[in-house]
Design a protein around this ligand. Structure first.
Ligand SMILES: C[S@@+](CC[C@H](N)C(=O)[O-])C[C@H]1O[C@@H](n2cnc3c(N)ncnc32)[C@H](O)[C@@H]1O
Length: 446
């Protein structure tokens, strides 16, 4: 099978049965060898249809005689694919989008409904010709943004509690973009200039990232990352800008003892090792052995020796009491700051899952704060923008632990709140959403 739309349909069927989108995509990519262009189109159609599901369903609800959830599931998926191309893929001629969707219906058990599919998509096209927004949108701001940008209401509500309507709209738009790829240059093996030059020679465009001494952003499309120059030599790794900020906030020094309590797959652990000149000791702990294997591979490729792996639940470790100069808690979280990277995250998380995560985060910080020596540092970080997992975890912790205080970071390019924590809003900084805070344990605490 080499038809990219048919392969996209196969992947989407898996997603609708419960598979993670990236896992379903990987599976079909391995099974069906597609040329680069078709592979890109197929990936876009799959991610886009998952991401824009609520908007696409709203169109079906508006134009169809049956609501989207009453349609046969495979027909709904086919309509999503057609509508996604008509609404969001300007480069695809409308006639091609309609024709290929009708063909999909014909070859996937809906040959009796090709007239319906054709008529339905043409109805949408006629509306789009006469109105800049064919979709009828409700006045209620939560519903309006939720339908227009395809987010569940509860996420819009979380943002509207922290941002104005206009800012929330910008954030929604940002989260629907195709993600950018940032690199972190391994200063122990190479430098920015060398990597930039090597990429230039290979015809790949990158640009420096302001304020990040090791950061480069890819600005041309590249194909498989592992094939880019310098990857196998350990000159760089992939890490988003805001994740790089976390390492700088921790500010580890050569010779120190660091414990990274949720370390895998090691983006931040390896950054810490690089910042320490690979001198000192870093305990990289995680409960997921398979993710730790990735960390070991990454450390090997980057040629880092100072990392020791500890597999297990960091809430149960007793061997680290009072030994660390610095602890990093990059907590498991709902990922609301990185929804552009995980097309289905917005549909998987719920207020209840956020609440469960917040409990785990509280337990992790309460226990792992004991790993820090008197006078030492703990950095708490998440890639979510939900206050229950961020500000509330820290406020709660500080209320119960008077020997800990927030230390204001010296960054001047990201707004630091008066309380001292740092929240990266993607629509302002053009990087993943992140929360981070640096805490210090008083010297005289035992
Ligand atoms: C946000 S990810 C860490 C990403 C990592 N710091 C990096 O930069 O590559 C959170 C990690 O926490 C781990 N984790 C979740 N609960 C844990 C626990 N109780 N103890 C240790 N690790 C845990 C997960 O397996 C996951 O790898």
């Amino acid at each position: 099978m080499s038809n990219p739309r048919q392969v996209a349909f196969t992947a989407l069927k898996e997603v609708h049965k419960g598979a993670y989108t990236d896992v379903a995509l990987d599976r079909v990519l391995q099974k069906y060898q597609l040329p680069d262009n078709d592979r890109r189109l197929m990936t876009e159609l799959v991610y886009g249809s998952v991401r824009r599901q609520r908007t696409l369903d709203a169109i079906i609800n508006q134009l169809g005689t049956k609501k989207s959830h009453q349609q046969p599931p495979d027909l709904r998926t086919i309509l999503h694919l057609g509508l996604y191309q008509l609404r969001y893929q300007e480069k695809i001629p409308a006639s091609a989008a309609v024709h290929t969707t009708v063909e999909l219906a014909k070859t996937n058990g809906f040959s009796g409904l090709t007239g319906f599919v054709n008529g339905f998509l043409r109805q949408y096209l006629r509306l789009a010709e006469t109105s800049s927004e064919p979709l009828k949108l409700p006045e209620n701001p939560v519903e309006r943004l939720g339908i227009l940008y395809s987010f569940p209401n509860w996420i819009i509500e979380v943002w509207l509690k922290q941002l104005s309507f206009e800012e929330t709209e910008k954030l929604c738009q940002w989260m629907n973009q195709t993600p950018t790829i940032d690199l972190r240059v391994n200063i122990l093996k190479s430098d920015l200039e060398q990597v930039e030059l090597t990429f230039k020679d290979a015809g790949i465009l990158v640009r420096k990232i302001p304020y990040l001494p090791q950061g480069l952003r890819l600005i041309s499309s590249t194909g498989a990352i592992q094939n880019l120059p310098g990857f196998q030599d350990g000159w760089w790794c992939v890490q988003d800008s805001s994740a790089q900020l976390v390492g700088h906030l921790l500010d580890p020094q050569p010779g120190e003892v660091i414990i990274d309590v949720c370390a895998a797959p090691g983006g931040k652990t390896t950054h810490i090792a690089e910042l320490m000149g690979d001198e000192g000791k870093i305990y990289a702990c995680d409960k997921t052995a398979s993710r730790l294997r990735k960390l070991t591979e990454n450390a090997k490729r980057l040629n880092l020796q100072s990392i020791e792996i500890c597999t297990g639940d960091s809430r149960t470790f007793t061997q680290f009491h009072n030994i660390a100069d610095r602890v990093l808690l990059d907590a498991p979280c709902s990922g609301l700051g990185t929804m552009h990277r995980h097309a289905d995250a917005r549909w998987r998380q719920t207020p209840a899952s956020v609440h469960e995560l917040a409990e785990i985060q509280q337990e992790l910080i309460s226990h792992t704060a004991n790993f820090v020596k008197p006078g030492g540092i703990l950095v708490y970080a998440t890639c979510t923008l939900h206050p229950e997992e961020n500000e509330e975890v820290i406020t709660n912790f500080l209320e119960k632990n008077s020997h800990w205080q927030i230390e204001h970071p010296s960054f001047d390019f990201v707004d630091v709140s008066p309380s001292g924590w740092l929240k990266v809003w993607p629509h302002e900084q053009d990087m993943d959403g992140f929360f981070m805070v640096r805490l210090r344990k008083t010297k005289d605490s035992e």
